[in-house]
Design a protein around this ligand. Sequence first.
Ligand SMILES: [Zn+2]
Length: 153
Amino acid sequence: MGNGDEVAGEPQKTEVTGFTPAQALAIFKPCVLDSKLIREWVHGMLHPEPVPICPECGQVVESHQSRVTFSAGRRICCYHCRRFFNSRTKTILHGSPITDEQLFMIAALSEFSRLAGADDKLSRRYIAEITGLSIDSVKKWQDALRLLETPLV
Ligand SMILES: [Zn+2]
């Protein structure tokens, strides 16, 4: 039976350590994401073209330094029309203070909720709690993201 390590009368510690689903969910916030990976992914989705194109005049950005700056999410100037733009200009993220991680979480959790058949209002409340945004803001972004599901004709 025993392997000899057990001492009669001494309490045995049999519980393994771990964590509960509720504990894991409690730290599940946008900051747990790999921010570099998310930034690059979001950037790639906003700009599937291989080189940056000025959203105002359509001119291809030739400067290597400008391309690097643009990819890093910073503002660049178009040498053709002299207008400034960044990777969010004229995209769904235009002018918004939302972070890439927050929007990514709204998108992924909304799809997860939809697939799981979760109640829209209830899941929106949890997504707001997780992302640190208001329920109204989450709803606004969900609506904006769903519009992208409809192909433009
Ligand atoms: Zn331009």
